[in-house]
Write a protein that binds this ligand. Structure first.
Ligand code: GTR
Length: 337
């Protein structure tokens, strides 16, 4: 299956039309799935990236199981806009599937803040166990009232800092540095707690932002650091591993409403089956990224992460604002993995 260019404007126009129709009390959702059962899926990452290939595997399975009736087209590499925009499209029914990070959902469903808390997960297997278990299920379900059906979580490894100027070996090294973060108050608070200056910026703007010195650094996992080529502008990677929030695959609640029970079951099952595949691809891609980055001459630093984790308590205090969120965090921490 190939990726198809499609104008974001066309989708927005469609979604706006849907909004107007809904306001007028008309149900035009049937028209929004596209002709011939075509479902649209968006991902900010390019072809070959593990999240994209996992969704591609779902697409293949849906096509095969329905003799081509459910046909998913992938729009990769941010063709339909940044994650904030594609989420909006999905909520308003202009897009069917959307793979995003949890960060852009932080302002929509507070439950998504919990796995993004700095230093919450001990390691990757702890993250996988928590997201596969009851806490993960709670978070997927929390998206439903916001017009999004959460299907599954995908790995995103651990995020670490990279800079164009100074090496980050301790929190004090972040002082005075402008660090790009995702559009989430939690990430802003985290950088501030660590002593840096947070600059929220869309993913697609970071390469240029680093090149032009608008920001001094950013933070991400090995595969994103490599595939985005951010290393060309910021060649020092400091393995702080401060956030291990996973990715999530969503279906628009409006699209979901017009699927049959059988199709929903098939979609859920296919998504579930894509998770082990994604994890295998993820592990391979992480190793490949490490090799390519070493070849490209990136300097890798192993700082004492405890110096960083000791600073983030204010972030936990601020964002675990209700007993419900505190319980969710406790349940996640308590999971053995
Ligand atoms: C990546 C993630 C993307 C996006 C990006 C970012 O690791 O897979 O979905 O969130 O980070 O930093 O914006």
């Amino acid at each position: 299956m190939t990726s198809f260019p499609l104008s974001r404007r066309a989708l927005l126009t469609g979604a706006a039309g849907l909004g107007a129709a809904a306001l007028a009390g008309c149900d035009r959702t049937a028209a929004m799935l596209g002709e011939g059962g075509v479902l649209r899926a968006a991902d900010t990452h390019p072809d070959g990236y593990p999240t994209v290939e996992a969704v591609r595997s779902i697409a293949a399975r849906l096509k095969e199981q329905t003799d081509g009736r459910l046909n998913v087209r992938l729009y990769t590499g941010g063709q339909l806009g940044e994650e904030k925009d594609t989420l909006e499209l999905a909520i308003f029914g202009g897009l069917d599937f959307n793979r995003v990070n949890l960060a852009p959902l932080n302002s929509i469903a507070p439950e998504t803040l919990v796995p993004a808390l700095p230093f919450l997960f001990r390691d990757e297997s702890h993250m996988r166990a928590a997201m596969d278990g009851t806490p993960g299920h709670t978070i997927l379900e929390a998206l439903r009232p916001h017009g999004l059906i959460g299907l599954c979580f995908y790995d995103s490894g651990a995020r670490s800092f990279y800079t164009s100027s100074r090496e980050i070996t301790k929190p004090a090294d972040l002082k005075g540095l402008k660090i790009r973060v995702q559009n989430s108050d939690l990430y802003v608070a985290m950088i501030e707690a660590l002593g840096g200056d947070a600059t929220p910026m869309a993913y697609g703007e970071v390469y240029q932002g680093l090149m032009q010195g608008v920001v001094d650094g950013a933070e991400n996992n090995w595969p994103s650091y490599e595939s985005s080529r951010h290393f060309e502008a910021a060649g020092t990677y400091s393995l702080t591993r401060h956030v291990m929030a996973p990715e999530v695959l969503l279906v628009s609640g409006r699209s979901w409403a017009k699927l049959s029970e059988d199709d929903r079951t098939l979609i859920r099952q296919s998504a579930k089956e894509s998770v082990p595949l994604m994890r295998t691809l993820w592990d391979q891609r992480t190793n490949d990224a490490k090799t390519r980055l070493a070849e490209a001459g990136v300097t890798v630093i192993e700082p004492d992460f405890r110096a960083f984790s000791e600073k983030v308590q204010p972030v936990w205090d601020k964002f675990l604002a209700t007993p419900h969120l505190r319980k969710l965090a406790e349940d996640m921490v308590a999971i053995s993995g």
